[in-house]
Write a protein that binds this ligand. Structure first.
Ligand code: APR
Length: 240
């Protein structure tokens, strides 16, 4: 066990408010590929065509295929112990909430309640043209919207070029600025505005990632390792 995990345990036990921010690296051990690792999705696909609002209609088939494949992949994916540890820490009152960039829904499946989905989710759907809600079946069948008849059904995930959900963003910032500790897990911090969050933290900042390379922010504590193992070790340290 790394001494740094023991140090993190001590920080959490003495903290008044701990906020967690996760990225795709939190889900890779649940067999969901991330985006910018060497085997990441953006090495095979161009985000500008499959996840960008600015060419939604001309690339609709690609966007539809990208999210349909994501839904198929998610069907067999389950939370790993790291997700369950975060849910347990919330239950014990040791962390107040998890803000996530992930649209997988695995934090909720593991039992976390206070979740801020900064990039939306892939479990609910709407029409990009008229905004009316749509069902999973209507989306998967690539139906036209039953309200405006346009072929524009999409998941409630945030696409590149779109603003984050305002209420989720402001609640996340409020939590981050009123917590003693911000723990950032499994994200390259390459995407704005989430990349700004560590710099807005009032308290100590911790970075847990399997690659501690170039990062845009000097963290107070950096722990190099796999999210699942580090969180299992943290669980042991906290003796829950
Ligand atoms: N444990 C710890 N870190 C991991 C693990 C793991 N098991 N697996 C991967 N990582 C690290 C990678 O080394 C990388 O630094 O997690 C980070 C994931 O970074 P990205 O792939 O860039 O994912 P993320 O930061 O969440 O991307 C942000 O970009 O493409 C958009 O909307 C998409 O929400 C996503 C956003």
């Amino acid at each position: 066990m790394q001494n740094k995990v023991i140090e993190l345990g001590g920080l959490i036990e003495n903290a008044n408010g701990v906020m967690v921010l996760t990225g795709a690296g939190m889900d890779t051990e649940s067999n969901i590929p991330d985006f910018r690792s060497k085997d990441g999705l953006w090495g095979k696909l161009d985000p500008g065509t499959v996840a960008n609002i600015n060419n939604f209609y001309e690339n609709y088939s690609l966007i539809h295929e990208f999210f349909s494949n994501g839904l198929k992949l998610l069907k067999d994916c389950k939370p790993h112990n790291g997700h369950y540890v975060l849910a347990e820490l919330e239950k014990e009152g040791l962390i107040s909430a998890v803000a996530t960039q992930n649209i997988s829904g695995l934090h909720a499946l593991a039992g976390s309640n206070n979740i801020y989905e900064l990039h939306g989710n892939i479990q609910t759907f709407h029409c990009n043209y008229c905004g009316q809600p749509a069902s999973l079946t209507e989306f998967l069948q690539k139906n036209n919207c039953k309200h405006c008849s346009r072929m524009a059904l999409r998941p409630d995930a945030v696409l590149f070029g779109e603003a984050l959900p305002e209420d989720v963003w402001s609640k996340t910032l409020d939590k981050v600025q009123n917590s003693d500790i911000l723990i950032v897990i499994g994200t390259s911090l390459e995407v704005y505005p989430v990349s700004m969050i560590p710099g807005l933290a009032r308290g100590k900042t911790v970075y847990i990632n399997d690659e501690i390379g170039r990062w845009v922010y000097e963290f107070d504590l950096t722990i190099e390792g796999k999210a699942k193992q580090v969180l299992e070790d943290l669980y042991t340290v906290l003796g829950i």
